[in-house]
Design a protein around this ligand. Structure first.
Ligand code: HEM
Ligand SMILES: *[C@@H]1O[C@H](CO)[C@@H](O)[C@H](O)[C@H]1NC(C)=O
Ligand SMILES: *[C@@H]1O[C@H](CO)[C@@H](O)[C@H](O)[C@H]1NC(C)=O
Length: 318
């Protein structure tokens, strides 16, 4: 009998240790320490979207730009100071990444309910999911337990966040560096069913690329001249830019992708062409693949256990 209990003890301990060693996130991480977390975040997202529907797109992108730079660790939320250079002013983020004040608002409410408990990285992961859901997209379970970084890297943000002038091979390479597949690339790019982009970033595509519908190119050229209007924004999905649906892929089939990198997904490569066709024809397939890709992206390289910290103010270290 004693040896039976000893064996049980060994097994349970081994299990507990292996769990603790694992960088695994879990959906119930805060269910005792902050039971209201999910409703506080969702309420904050709904309020922000009511105020401006585009913000849902901005929050989703913020999470993406956090995760692709050394993992989902809230690094993108750190402000630059006189003695610290962060990711906010990296080329893909400067004057482009937005939604920081929404995260601040939500964090303040979370701090009131459960002080020094919930990381900014987790709040951002939840806000991205809730943004998609509230704009009509799919839902997924968000694993929790990320901690916040105490560092950030502008150089790494410039290195790892993909740009709109990349060709398919480079896009695939960029995603592969994060352990994300070609399927993830095509599915996650479907995020461009919501949100906007700037003239300076789609200009080369509408003037120089041949894989674009001529009348579509022409209508955009009137809004985005060869010089000037650099910061004039256009929706990626010209029909329903605040509704999360599969129109993005239908536009790609019609050669009406707004930036070069988008149209690259449907430009003669058999594998990605097939995926684009599949998601254009079947919204459910898209939603499933998007949710799956988001779970993978959301799980990238989190700080867990005693690494990092729980920031009180998402903009600075404690
Ligand atoms: C595949 C490579 C990708 C490239 C090259 C790319 C590029 C871009 C560019 C250039 C913009 C516009 C920035 C601006 O004009 O200020 C943008 C916006 C956006 N991106 Fe991506 N992106 C990619 C993947 C993703 C992924 C994986 C997601 C999320 C899962 C995402 C979500 C968004 C959203 C929602 C917006 C609109 C943001 C807003 O309106 O505030 N993108 N992206
Ligand atoms: C970010 O944008 C601001 C305002 O346009 C500009 O003054 C600054 O030089 C930019 N920072 C970097 C690192 O490019
Ligand atoms: C189009 O390509 C030419 C030749 O490479 C280049 O000089 C020009 O700046 C490009 N135009 C745009 C709008 O990107």
């Amino acid at each position: 009998m004693a040896s039976y209990y000893f064996l049980l003890f060994v097994l349970v301990t081994a299990f507990a240790l292996s769990e603790a060693d694992d960088n695994k996130l879990c959906t119930y991480f805060y269910s005792d320490s902050c039971p209201k977390l999910l409703s506080i975040v969702n309420r904050g997202v709904i309020k922000a979207i009511r105020n401006e529907a585009r913000i849902g797109a901005s929050l989703l992108r913020l999470h993406f730009h956090d995760c692709f730079v050394n993992g989902c660790d809230g690094s993108i939320l750190l402000d630059d100071t006189n003695s610290f250079v962060g990711e906010k002013t990296a080329a893909p983020n400067n004057n482009s990444a937005r939604g920081f004040d929404v995260i601040d608002d939500i964090k303040a409410n979370v701090e009131k309910a459960c002080p020094s408990t919930v990381s900014c990285a987790d709040i951002l992961a939840l806000a991205a999911r809730d943004s998609v859901v509230n704009l009509g997209g799919p839902s997924w379970e968000v694993g929790l337990g990320r901690r916040d970084s105490i560092t950030a890297s502008r150089a790494d943000a410039n290195r790892y966040i993909p740009g709109p002038f990349l060709n398919l091979d480079k896009l695939k390479e960029n995603f592969a560096k994060q352990g994300l597949s070609e399927k993830d690339l095509v599915a996650l790019s479907g995020a461009h069913t919501i949100g906007l982009t700037r003239c300076s970033l789609f200009r080369p595509h509408i003037y120089n690329d041949s894989n674009i519908d001529p009348s579509f190119a022409k209508s955009l050229q009137s809004k985005c001249p060869r010089t000037g209007n650099d910061n004039v924004y256009q929706p990626f999905d010209f029909q329903t830019p605040t509704h999360f649906d599969n129109l993005y892929y239908k536009h790609l089939l019609a050669k009406k992708g707004l930036v070069h990198s988008d149209q690259e997904l449907f430009n003669g490569n058999p594998t990605t062409d097939k995926l684009v066709q599949k998601y254009a024809n079947d919204n459910e397939e898209f939603f499933e693949a998007f949710a799956e890709g988001m779970v993978k992206m959301s799980n990238l390289n989190p700080l867990t256990g005693s690494k990092g910290q729980i920031r009180i103010n998402c903009r600075k270290n404690n």
